[in-house]
Write a protein that binds this ligand. Structure first.
Ligand code: GDP
Length: 494
């Protein structure tokens, strides 16, 4: 069987329906073709059109990537500050670039990178990822025969990682200072565009910055050879708001709720070190169980161990029949309740910075019998206590745990957490979301809800109707984009 790996009685489609390119060296990135053997749920099928776009993007990345003549030429252009005359034709000038800044937690970085990638594919740009924060160590290269990491040496925008809302070259600030104009007169004049612009789509982006999500602004941005983007968000719902992208997005994703799923399974392959963490843990603690439930308990800041949150987790998982109820002590003591060794096994994978929730859950299912006689094992790979930035083993564990969560059959996630979004998208499942309580002692009722799609939520979306040029509820403009259940003002693709 071509592209199929046979193991035991099952055969695996290791290229995920054509999503992945064949021909990579398997040893340098074992996860790329092995991960399919660890998933019980097949990935959603990519559209043939998406597959062809990915192959085109790979060719573009090879033609324009670091080390090519086109790349050298584009760097020259950037150094000179000139765009080359508003998009004049020329063999070397058709390489345009998008540099994605890598910062904040790993979940944020993954969402930002996936967003940048889809924007790059839509706009025919080569994607270059800022190598900060171990991006090269945590992930394999996604494009064959080239690198997606921006080589820092010789890159003219030396301080690009410090670009912020105040940077004069941000798209929003250039609009404000009229260094860029979007009106018809400017377009007719041939548009003298700068060599680069900084797209600031961080959580503190201004209304001007968010004009990025309007058609006429995209027409200007299209001609700028270099864009540097900072976002800690999943901005793809905003791209569906741009009329000029909608048809193409519709062809790439006839099932719009798979946009992140496909982007993530295409781009993010754990490096061999991280894959070792994933595979060993899976084989030791998850492989034998009949069912696997992932529970992601995101503890923000210095939030103390919370009995209310524990109760929220148990109420949610028992109400939704993800975990069995516990027998009352008297039934438990009845020898008839335990006829022999249990054949029904369930592995619960808890991920959290703290160990308290895991210890309590584990204690509950040890000290009391589960209704139905199920054997419930509760595990947690690590408890790092606090979120840390730039610590190597910390991020490797976080990545391994997101990936392990994505190998479970059912997933419970914490509202607002990008860590959970990555797991659900990779898994291809709609999670049960633990609603955010009003205060720390309150258990929300209901405790959780089934998400409307597996897509991540865009936390800082625009609230503007570009056509009507006024404020608007952007969750009501196109049917594919609605508000999120975990954050009422956020947007997600359904
Ligand atoms: P978010 O802040 O929940 O949106 O998720 P991020 O992944 O962006 O940032 C949180 C960071 O805290 C992670 O990247 C990890 O470094 C750390 N972290 C949070 N929860 C966990 C966890 O359950 N396990 C591990 N290993 N790290 C975690």
């Amino acid at each position: 069987l071509i592209n199929r790996r046979v193991s035991g009685e099952r055969s695996y489609d290791k290229l995920l329906g054509g999503l992945l390119a064949d021909g990579f060296d398997e040893r340098s990135c074992r996860s790329r073709y092995q991960s399919v053997m660890y998933r019980r749920r097949p990935s959603r099928r990519p559209a043939a059109y998406l597959v062809s776009k990915l192959r085109q993007q790979e060719a573009l990345q090879r033609r324009c990537g670091p080390g090519t003549a086109a790349y050298g030429h584009a760097l020259e252009q950037l150094r000179s500050g000139k765009s080359g005359g508003g998009g004049a034709a020329g063999a070397q000038q058709d390489c345009k670039y998008l540099v994605s800044i890598s910062y904040r937690g790993l979940g944020n970085r993954i969402l930002a990178t996936a967003s940048a990638f889809l924007y790059a594919v839509l706009t025919g740009r080569a994607l270059l990822v800022d190598p900060s924060n171990e991006m090269g160590e945590l992930f394999c290269e996604p494009f064959p025969g080239t690198t997606w990491l921006l080589p820092p040496a010789g890159f003219p925008l030396a301080s690009y990682t410090n670009f912020s809302v105040a940077t004069a070259e941000s798209y929003g600030n250039m609009l404000r200072s009229k260094a860029i104009r979007t009106d018809a007169a400017a377009a007719a004049a041939g548009g003298d565009v700068p060599a680069f612009s900084y797209v600031h789509l961080d959580h503190d982006a201004t209304d001007q910055d968010k004009l990025f999500f309007c058609d006429e602004d995209q027409r200007v941005l299209r001609n700028i050879p270099w864009l540097v983007m900072r976002t800690d968000n999943y901005i793809v719902p905003g791209l569906f708001l741009v009329a000029g992208f909608r048809e193409e997005l519709g062809r790439m994703f006839p099932e719009p709720d798979t946009a992140f799923h496909h982007a993530a399974r295409y781009l993010f392959h754990p490096s061999n070190h991280v894959w070792g963490l994933v595979a060993r843990y899976h084989d030791a603690y998850l492989a034998a169980a009949q069912r696997r439930v992932g529970i992601q308990v995101r503890v923000f800041g210095s939030q103390p161990d919370s009995p209310a949150l524990l109760e929220q987790i148990t109420r949610c998982t028992q109400k939704e029949r993800l975990l069995p109820e516990l027998l009352a002590a008297a039934e438990d003591a009845d020898p008839a309740a335990q006829p022999g060794p249990s054949r029904k096994t369930k592995a619960v994978l808890v991920t959290s910075l703290k160990s308290w929730y895991y210890e309590k859950l584990k204690g509950m299912y040890w000290e009391r019998a589960a209704a139905g006689g199920e054997a419930v094992s509760v595990q947690q790979p690590s408890h790092e206590e606090f979120q840390r930035f730039g610590a190597r083993s910390h991020d490797a564990k976080a990545w391994a745990e997101m990936y392990l969560l994505s190998l479970t059959d059912a997933l419970v996630t914490t509202a607002w957490s990008t860590f959970g979004y990555v797991a659900q998208g990779l898994a291809g499942v709609r999670p049960w979301v633990l609603y955010r309580p009003d205060n720390e002692t309150h258990v929300p009722d209901p405790p959780c809800g089934r998400d409307v799609s597996m897509e991540p939520c865009f936390h800082a979306p625009p609230f503007y109707d570009c056509r009507l040029k006024r404020g608007a509820d952007t969750g009501k403009i196109v049917p594919q984009v609605q508000h999120c259940i975990d954050m009422s003002w956020g947007l997600k693709i359904v």
